[in-house]
Design a protein around this ligand. Structure first.
Ligand code: EPU
Length: 434
């Protein structure tokens, strides 16, 4: 199997019209907490539909380093056993490359009473602190200190705590996806009831609840703003059944945006229409034809898209993880589109690269204005983060001539074999070293 090199690039010959079927992989952001959930039990946890992306590889390396054994009977499947845990530490080198490593904190703390997790540090899309995770665990009785760049969390083994977290009410000031997941993971083994107010409602959070319930956890309310978890003494594995993670709505949205902006016709196979509704509503408004069925979501692009305004928001709002792709699309729409990014500061690094292809974009604080349609022209561009890379690829598909998208390793973190999926849709794209 080809192992992607750190500095691989994509060469795209545009313009092209995408048509056909894109097989959508399992959701990276559902698979990551699912892998972390294996730490909660000494029994076997069987997962399926795990995407073949770099972040998943990183999470697997992190938990195997702690002693988790992983068997992979078939591609996308993993049977995990956390029977012999030898370390409760997530080191700097891993956390630095993948912030979602913080998801091991909750399971380790609740099952073993202690964890060391490196503080993530900076990140291309903004400051992204983990204070809400830390405050929640403190409210559940953990003692937390920052020592030598690490979060050291433990639960007192003496007195009323006796090594166990205590259920309580956690009210998040704003919904946090991994924060909600981390508390859910921890609360499954805490003493008593935990109530999460202003919880994240993302489909990936709900999918984690389904997995945890299949392991014996008592959880209610996932998908709403209030989640209640009644702690149990131990969790079991998934038994004879397997938990298949949900389809990746962001990957699906990326291919559907590509269809809409190239006047194409793409079925994102297995994509779940409900999960994508906030994005599909915008595509419809822009003039695309959208069909949702059991087979997936099909989008047909019009001759010319119409400009639209979007504002990112927690689910069920417009997802920040599709903001960059929407910006690429807006360059091909007639009129002025306004984008407001409310989740992350500094998530417009793609704008300046899109401008290198000829896009007309101005940024003022959290607001971006895109004037279209513009005839884009191929040029070398550099990816800065996962979703920004996807936006550059989309723009490259619409641009005339050759676009070289450098630093594709960002893309490989969350998109499985993107060049092959695009080739199957008729795009002229290839991966080259450096
Ligand atoms: N926040 C804090 N303190 C915290 C946690 C969050 O201030 O302790 C703030 C963040 O800075 C942000 C807001 O709360 O302004 C929401 O962030 P959230 O915690 O929801 O983000 P996350 O859990 O770190 C997940 C996804 C991201 C996605 C966001 C928002 C995973 C592994 N990551 O991140 O996915 O953008 O939710 O939907 O689930 C991606 O896949 O490209 C990606 C970045």
């Amino acid at each position: 199997m080809y192992t992607p090199l750190a500095l691989d690039a994509f060469i795209i010959e545009g313009p092209c019209r995408l048509s056909g079927i894109a097989g959508i992989s399992g959701a990276k952001n559902a698979a990551l907490p699912a892998l972390a959930a294996s730490l909660l039990t000494s029994d076997q946890v069987s997962l399926g539909n795990i995407p073949h992306v770099a972040d998943i590889k990183t999470m697997k390396q992190l938990i195997t380093g702690m002693g988790v054994s992983i068997q992979e009977a078939a591609p996308g499947q993993a049977s995990l056993s956390a029977h012999h845990i030898t370390s409760t530490e997530a080191g700097y080198d891993t956390v630095r490359t993948m912030r979602a490593s913080i998801l091991v904190l909750g399971p380790l703390l609740s099952r073993f009473g202690e964890a060391w997790v490196s503080l993530p540090g900076g990140c291309a899309i903004g400051v992204r602190p983990v204070d809400l995770h830390i405050k929640a665990f403190e409210a559940m009785g953990a003692r937390i200190a920052v020592e030598k760049g690490y979060i050291h969390a433990h639960v007192s083994r003496i007195g009323p705590q006796a090594g166990r977290l205590q259920g309580t009410t956690i009210t998040f000031p704003n919904p946090t996806v991994t924060g909600t997941e981390n508390v859910m993971l921890a609360a499954t083994l805490a003493r008593g009831k935990t109530r999460i107010e202003n919880a994240a409602r993302e489909p990936e959070v709900a999918d984690l609840a389904v997995l945890l319930r299949s392991m014996g956890a008592a959880i209610l309310g996932e998908g709403t703003s209030t989640i209640e978890i009644e702690g149990v003494d131990t969790l079991r594995g998934t038994g004879a059944s397997r938990h298949d993670v949900i389809a990746d709505r962001i990957e699906a949205g990326t291919y559907l945006a590509a269809a809409a902006m190239t006047g194409g016709d793409v079925l994102a196979a297995r994509a779940r229409g409900n999960d994508l509704e906030p994005f599909l509503a915008v595509l419809r408004k822009a003039g695309a034809e959208v069909d949702v069925s059991d087979a997936g979501v099909r989008v047909r692009g019009p001759k010319t898209l119409e400009a639209c305004n979007i504002e990112t928001a927690p689910h069920p709002g417009f997802p920040t993880d599709l903001q960059a792709q929407f910006m690429a699309l807006a360059t091909q729409a007639r009129g002025t589109s306004h984008i407001t990014e409310t989740i992350f500061e500094n998530r417009y690094l793609h704008a300046i690269e899109l401008a290198r292809l000829g896009a007309d974009i101005s940024i003022e604080g959290p607001r971006a204005t895109v004037r279209g349609p513009r005839k884009l022209q191929g040029a070398p561009v550099t990816a800065s983060d996962l979703r920004a890379s996807a936006a550059l690829v989309l723009a490259g598909l619409a641009a005339e001539g050759e676009t070289r998208v450098r630093r594709i390793y960002h893309l490989d973190r969350g998109y499985s074999e993107m060049e092959k999926k695009l080739q199957a849709l008729g795009a002229k794209v290839r991966r080259v070293p450096g």
